[in-house]
Design a protein around this ligand. Structure first.
Ligand code: 13P
Length: 369
């Protein structure tokens, strides 16, 4: 048996077993989970794998080298004032080993700025054997050892993404159960290692499916995920959920208003996510940045005071894309790119408060530092 529990001080009674049911859980992991969703802040996902980062660089003609990836992440982690809107940043294996221009590890720079460093620990999705069109996420082999290493490098939370595609005959029940089981195995290992698991089951936007279809699939997936988390003894107070918003497919004829998306999304989550989970931090999934902010805002306006968990963001593209397009691989543009990054982060913090609106996107206002 490992001494993971002892190391991170998890000598408490598990939720649901009686003694601590009415008390706020006071453990280092529960504290970190709450810290990640405190003060109306959200997470910045900057954990694109090398192939994904290179793909985004290629689209803008940026050289796909380790050094350019480092320089890009340097621009992000050194953005002055990032911690005003961002509580935690998710790094990638290459990134957590890299340093800023002045030789400081990225995780240390983030922590010193008051941003909790996190790490993507899955190894990406691969075809699920015997189930055409479906994927399963890899990375459980030797995960215990990798988690210990990342913890030693300063990571305090982790992320694992499972993807569920919608199409003819998919997802199958088997596909959903395998991904839910895998997410729970990852989450249990994280808690053992002293890391807060961010559990990310993503129902993809690709396709022409309706809002209703996405709602049904998202509900089924979340039910399966929380069933597995419970069976595998994952402590709900010591994790965060990172789901998709409930949206019609990208090619669906009927696109819905931000209010309709907010209502269906929150109702689906209210049916499936236990109140013990401290926070829900959405992925953006390729939504335009402004739409992602507007939808998050609508949730926080329409359900203000009625939600058992914090509802926030853990966006990658919806925070980074404008900054990446300004930076374009040229460090002379770093300061302007940082301004754009901070601006989107601020918009999303405002959305958490229900204070985001089109006026914030006014160019006169957005050019203010
Ligand atoms: P997007 O916000 O670009 O979907 O990325 C979030 C993420 O972390 C995907 O795993």
């Amino acid at each position: 048996m490992t001494n993971g529990n002892k190391k991170c001080g998890r000598d408490y009674v598990r939720p649901g077993t009686g003694a601590n049911l009415s008390m706020k859980m006071q453990t280092p992991l529960a504290d970190t989970a709450r810290e990640l969703v405190a003060d109306d802040k959200g997470l910045l996902a900057m954990d694109e794998s090398n192939p994904t980062c290179d793909k985004r660089f290629a689209e803008l003609g940026i050289p796909q080298t380790e050094e350019r990836r480092r320089a890009y992440r340097d621009m992000i982690v050194t953005a002055p004032g990032l911690a005003e809107s961002i509580s935690g940043a998710i790094l990638y294996d290459e990134t957590i080993r890299q340093k800023t221009n002045d030789g400081r590890p990225f995780a240390e720079v983030l922590a010193d700025a008051g941003i909790v460093p996190g790490i993507k620990v899955d190894a990406g999705a691969t075809d699920l054997a015997g189930h055409p069109g479906e994927k399963v996420t890899e990375g459980l082999d030797k995960l215990r050892d990798r988690l210990a290493e990342y913890r030693g490098m300063g990571a305090r939370f982790a992320k694992w993404r499972a993807v569920i595609a919608l199409g003819d005959g998919i997802p199958t029940r088997t596909g959903i159960e395998i991904n839910a089981h895998t997410l729970a195995r990852y989450a249990a290992l994280c808690q053992e290692a002293g890391l807060v698991p961010v559990v990310e089951p993503e129902v993809l936007m690709e396709g022409d499916h309706s809002l209703k279809r996405c709602r049904e699939a998202t509900q089924e997936v979340l039910e399966a995920v929380f069933d597995q988390l419970s069976r595998q003894g994952v402590s709900l107070e010591e994790m965060l959920l990172k789901p998709n918003m409930v949206l019609p497919g990208l090619d669906a004829p009927d696109q819905e208003s931000a209010e309709a998306v907010a209502d269906v999304t929150v109702r689906t989550l209210l049916r499936t996510v236990p109140a013990a989970v401290p926070g829900i931090a959405f992925l953006s999934g390729g939504q335009p940045a402004q739409l992602a902010s507007a939808r998050l805002n609508a949730m926080n306006v329409r359900f203000r005071g009625r939600l058992p968990w914090a509802v926030t963001f853990s966006f990658s593209r919806a925070i980074q894309q404008p900054a990446l397009e300004i930076w374009r691989g040229d460090d002379a543009h770093a300061a302007a790119a940082q301004k754009a990054l901070l601006y989107r982060a601020r918009c999303n913090r405002a959305a958490r408060r229900g204070e985001y609106g089109e006026a914030m996107e006014n160019p006169d206002q957005s050019s203010r530092s």
